[in-house]
Every structure is written in structure tokens, then in C-alpha cells.
Ligand binder design. Structure first.
Ligand code: KG4
Ligand code: ZN
Length: 337
């Protein structure tokens, strides 16, 4: 069946057509209109600007997605849209557009949890992947570990108590002069630095808990940068990138290991925008190899927000009969509708 997936929870407007059936996942189109250039001027996402940019892009993007897939709206079997969590004004653009489209063309409508969407990106890259598995979602807004029991049932077993890893990368990236969002640039820069150069605290909370806290490492890095500036000493951005990345990657790997041991799961999915981080991918590959665990990661191009992942998650909601109707609303919260 053809699913039209729509995503507008933050700063990418995306529409995609994915053909899904038992054992088959084919991305027919995946159009992403990024607003990064607009928000870069402000060093972060400005919610009101994001909503307006979604409104401007959404019809065009949807048309392009259908055209590139070589199908008409009449061929679409379900419309899947991100309904939560995210920026409320941004989400409402996608939800209202999808509702109107589904209502006017008599197409079933499915509401998708953005986090489930990130995890579902792994199904697109690994068609044989099936729950149960452990999912580590690391993005600009989340750093959480889930026990995924069925394609639609997730139990959160760990999460950050404050900032998300992506947010922490972006903040330090900005301070050392990288363009927003700094995550990808910091990833590259880290190869040129010494990871032992700067001493920073671990974001992994002590003990058996699967929780993180990124505010401490963020503040410690900012304090280091400020004190260097006050002393008139030159900083080495590559050393900052290497030390900071190493501490974050090590902490995430450590909690992933604890989660694998606690749950006895034999498959780990890494998803979310930060899943594109090459150091994190390599570290989890080594961990999973050590324990004989299967690691399923979406292709790097599918880690950031995109409509194809929403279509994939929507497919499983559709199979479960979880259909939405015109009363569908959006919600900023992780807890959903
Ligand atoms: O999942 P996503 O596209 O949006 C949210 O749902 O939050 O994640 C965006 C985050 C940003 O913080 C961005 O800097 C980060 O993913 N990111 C990376 C890399 N590529 C994107 N962080 C570290 N290394 C990367 N290669
Ligand atoms: Zn996301």
C-alpha cells in the first residue's frame, strides 16, 4: 500500500510516499524542505518563523512527493502525519493539511508519534527488522531508551532529565563558531582534535539508572571556554569537539550497554538526528559486536526528520486500525494526544 507521510514538527517540512507491505519497504519519494538557512540567522529554531515556513512549503512539497513517486493522490491508501511531540504551531500546519487532504479525498488518516517515526526509519533500512528490540532515540529534543514490544508499543526505560544530546551538541557548536545546527560540523571537527585535551563530566547518571543529564557537561564546556577567553588563551576548537563528543558518545554507549544487559534484548536500534553521528555509530557498532547484539541503524540520510519515517510508522498504526479523524489535534508533549 502507498502511504503519504507528512512531517512538520520542527524545522523541516517533509512529504514522502512509501510503499509498504509485509516484508516490503520502498521509498518512492522523500522530499525535505529544510528551514535551517532561515533559523541559522538566529542561532536556533524560531517557532513562529518555523510555522510560517511550513505553511509556505507544505502544498508544494506534497505535490512534489506525489509527482516524484509517479502516483496521484487517488492512489494513496493512507495519509500519516506527525501529531506529537514538537513545536505546537509547526505541528498544527502538518496536522491540518493532512486532515484536509484525507477528509476531502476520503483517504484514511493516521496520527504518528514523531519518536516512533525516528525508530521506524530503521525499518526502511532493515526490512527484516521486527520487535521486540531496544531503541535508543537521540535527537535535538530527545535522548531516550525504549523497550519496543510491538511495532506500536513502546515503553520508555530511560531518558534525559534535562537537555537532549543534540541540543548539547548544537549549543557548544554555536559557541565555538560553527554554523547552526552544529551537530554535523562538530562530528567532523572531532576527528582533528585530542579527546583527552579537556576534562569534562559524564552525562551518564551514576548507577543502574538508564537516565542521562546533559546540562552538566554543557555548563562545564561553557565554563572552560569562558575561562580560556578571560585568561586571553587561545582555544583549540577541534580539541573541544573531540573531548565533548567523546564524553557524550561514551555516556550513551555505557547506558545502551546497561540497557542491553538489564533487558536481555538481542537487537538495538539507534535512531534520531544524532544517530547520524559517525563516532556514536562506530561506538555502538563496537558495543554490539562485543555482546553479539544486532545493531540496526537507519541510513544516515534517514536519521534527520523526514516524511518517509512518518509513513513507515503510520503503516504499523494503520495495520493496528489506529485511525484518526477530523477531530485530530496536535500536541507539543511526549505523552501525546
Ligand atoms: O531528529 P532531528 O532531525 O530533530 C529532532 O527531532 O530533534 O535531530 C536534529 C539534531 C540536531 O541537534 C543536529 O545537530 C543533530 O540532530 N545532528 C547531529 C549530527 N547530524 C545531526 N549531531 C551529531 N552528529 C551529527 N552528525
Ligand atoms: Zn526528530
Amino acid at each position: 500500500m502507498y502511504i503519504l507521510g507528512m512531517e512538520s514538527s520542527c524545522d523541516e517540512t517533509s512529504a514522502a510516499v512509501v510503499e509498504m507491505s509485509e516484508g516490503q519497504r520502498r521509498i518512492c519519494s522523500n522530499i525535505v524542505a529544510s528551514q535551517i538557512d532561515v533559523h541559522r540567522l538566529y542561532g536556533g529554531v524560531v517557532p513562529e518563523i518555523a510555522s510560517r515556513a511550513h505553511i509556505e512549503a507544505i502544498s508544494r512539497i506534497t505535490y512534489e512527493a506525489l509527482e516524484q513517486a509517479g502516483i496521484g493522490i487517488g492512489d494513496v491508501d493512507a495519509v500519516a502525519v506527525t501529531a506529537f511531540p514538537g513545536l505546537i504551531g509547526a505541528l498544527l500546519v502538518g496536522v491540518n493539511f493532512a486532515k484536509s487532504l484525507a477528509y476531502s479525498r476520503h483517504i484514511p488518516l493516521v496520527a504518528v508519534n514523531h519518536i516512533h517515526g525516528h525508530v521506524a526509519a530503521a525499518y526502511l533500512s532493515h526490512p527484516d527488522l521486527k520487535p521486540p528490540f531496544l531503541a535508543l532515540v537521540v535527537s535535538g529534543g530527545h535522548t531516550s531508551i525504549y523497550r519496543v514490544e510491538t511495532d506500536t508499543d513502546y515503553v520508555e526505560i530511560g531518558s534525559t532529565r534535562d537537555d537532549a544530546a543534540g541540543e548539547a551538541f548544537d549549543k557548544i557548536g554555536r559557541v565555538i563558531g560553527l554554523p547552526y545546527p552544529g551537530g554535523a560540523a562538530l562530528d567532523r571537527l572531532a576527528y582533528e582534535g585530542n579527546k583527552k585535551a579537556i576534562s569534562l563530566p559524564s552525562p551518564a547518571l551514576h548507577g543502574e539508572t538508564l537516565d542521562f543529564s546533559f546540562s552538566g557537561i554543557k555548563t562545564a564546556a561553557l565554563n572552560y571556554l569562558n575561562s580560556m577567553q578571560q585568561k586571553g588563551e587561545e582555544i583549540n576548537p577541534a580539541d573541544v569537539a573531540a573531548s565533548y563528543t567523546d564524553k557524550i558518545v561514551t555516556a550513551i554507549t555505557q547506558k545502551a550497554e546497561t540497557a542491553l544487559l538489564q533487558t536481555g534484548m538481542d537487537t538495538l536500534v539507534l535512531a534520531g538526528g544524532v544517530a547520524a553521528n559517525s563516532h556514536l555509530r562506530a561506538s555502538l557498532e563496537a558495543l554490539c559486536k562485543r555482546w553479539g547484539v544486532r545493531l540496526a541503524m537507519p541510513d544516515r540520510a534517514l536519521c534527520g526528520d523526514n516524511g518517509a519515517m512518518i509513513a513507515a510508522a503510520g503503516y504499523f498504526e494503520f495495520l493496528k486500525g489506529n485511525l484518526a479523524n477530523t477531530s485530530l489535534n496536535a500536541s507539543a508533549s511526549d505523552d501525546g494526544l
